[in-house]
Design a protein around this ligand. Structure first.
Ligand code: FAD
Length: 400
């Protein structure tokens, strides 16, 4: 194989380029990014970046791409794929041939079909441009409405409160981070944000956003109105699959790949937020939005492209920083698991272990990083734990 083209220079695309070189791949690597920035880390955008501003945290220093002979093309997108001749057409008209093509196109914010949500004043937090825009405008804000009580919305809410801004979070589900965490952890974060002064509106759908003289009026189902200086949209993401779909690749809430991250065309792979894959940790097709998933996908694919075939089986893990609270998740949760709490919920340092029978399936830890690290190891080992002993704080977790 002489040439690899990677579409998208987020966590997955950059890690793949670096891992290929680490594995001594000597062919051409082109890394095409429709963003105009040296590739950067997204997680800080909703954590401390807004407060500290300055330079973003780059994934690799600019000189890395030059030194490693990685053709980083910024501010240009891949507009089409010609599978018959194995080439891509760039938005500037250039045509590049590939031996292997990798889609690392990530995801973009979902916009619920609500009147007023497409207005140019609506703030978002997906890209560095979004974060800079928010940081610039925030100085004039006293009150903001965040649409979405998932990770990004709650991280932003925590940060904005620390900056003295009044915040309302509107979530249509009956609890916070419903898709990702247990009711116990949702409940704890509800109280935490409430105690920090965030107004949380659960089971509430936004019906319209009215814009008037630089202010907004957010209308919720049930007749509630929230007036504010701005709205931050954080209602989840959708995978960027249009390029793959137009090329006739299989799509199902993401670009469908097999255990080895190959699409329905063996000359094309997909990794990161845009890829839906068969996880060994959950039944059914899985698509994750996390740095771990993007980077581990990239490393698995780099191994295959350099001759080491291994299925993707990494353990998912995730973190979120909301105000002064740190949440870490190991493994993936599913309905019907047994919940065991360790630590003291009231003190704000505790862990929820989720067992499938007595086998550890997932762990959610709040301000307890040691439990998180241990849980990762135990899940990978397929550890079987006695729920009674697990709940007993006098028994060391490492002794179980
Ligand atoms: P992305 O990072 O989305 O990169 C894809 C890139 O491809 C983008 O630059 C996109 O513009 C580009 N692209 C798309 N189509 C084309 C095309 N046709 N041509 C050229 N370029 C194209 N995860 C965690 O694990 N922990 C966290 O705490 C955390 N916090 C987050 C906070 C925020 C504010 C956000 C937005 C995300 C956060 N995430 C976090 C999620 C994490 O950042 C993503 O899972 C990760 O960025 C996925 O990497 P990716 O490379 O698959 O996609």
């Amino acid at each position: 194989m002489n040439s690899v083209i990677i579409v998208g220079a987020g966590h997955a695309g950059v890690e793949l380029a670096a891992a290929l070189r680490q594995r001594r791949f000597a062919g051409a690597i082109d890394l095409v990014s429709d963003e105009g920035e040296v590739p950067y880390q997204r997680p800080p955008l909703s954590k401390d970046y807004i407060k500290r501003l300055g330079s973003p945290l780059v994934l690799r220093p600019a000189k890395f791409y030059e030194e490693q002979k990685i053709g980083l093309r910024l501010g240009v997108s891949v507009a089409a794929i010609d599978r018959a001749v194995r080439s891509v057409i760039l938005s500037n008209g250039e045509v590049l041939a590939y031996d292997h093509l990798v889609l690392a196109t990530g995801a973009r914010n979902r916009r619920p079909p609500v009147p007023g949500i497409d207005h140019h004043d609506i703030l978002q937090l997906r890209s560095l441009t979004d974060a800079r825009d928010l940081a610039k405008r925030i100085r004039n804000f006293r009150r903001i409405v965040v649409i979405g009580g998932g990770f990004v919305g709650l991280e932003a809410a925590g940060l904005l409160r620390l900056m003295g801004i009044e915040v309302d979070v509107v979530e249509m589900a009956p609890r916070l981070m419903q898709r990702a965490v247990s009711p116990t952890v949702s409940e704890w974060f509800l109280k935490f944000h409430h105690d920090s002064g965030v107004g949380v509106h659960l089971s509430r759908q936004v019906e319209a956003v009215e814009h008037c003289d630089g202010r907004v009026n957010v209308l919720l189902a049930g007749g509630v109105h929230l007036e504010a200086d701005a709205v931050l949209l954080a209602a989840g993401v959708m995978p960027n699959v249009e390029l793959a779909a137009a090329a006739g690749l299989e799509i199902n809430n993401g670009v469908v790949v097999d255990d080895f991250l190959a699409t329905s065309d063996p000359a094309i792979s997909a990794i990161g937020d845009c890829a839906v894959y068969p996880s060994i940790h959950l039944p059914g097709p899985t698509r994750l939005e996390s740095v771990q998933n993007a980077c581990d996908h990239a490393r698995t694919l780099a191994a295959r492209l350099t001759g080491t075939l291994q299925p993707y089986d990494a353990l998912p893990w995730f973190w979120s920083v909301q105000g002064a609270a740190r949440l870490q998740i190991a493994g993936l949760t599913k309905p019907g698991l047994t919940e065991v709490v360790r630590g003291d919920i009231g003190s704000g340092r505790f862990s929820v272990f989720l067992l499938d029978d007595d086998r550890l399936q997932a762990a959610e830890t709040v301000n307890s990083p040691a439990d998180h690290m241990l849980a990762r190891r135990l899940i990978v080992q397929g550890a079987r734990l006695d729920p009674m002993a697990l709940a007993d704080n006098s028994v060391e977790l490492s002794d179980l």
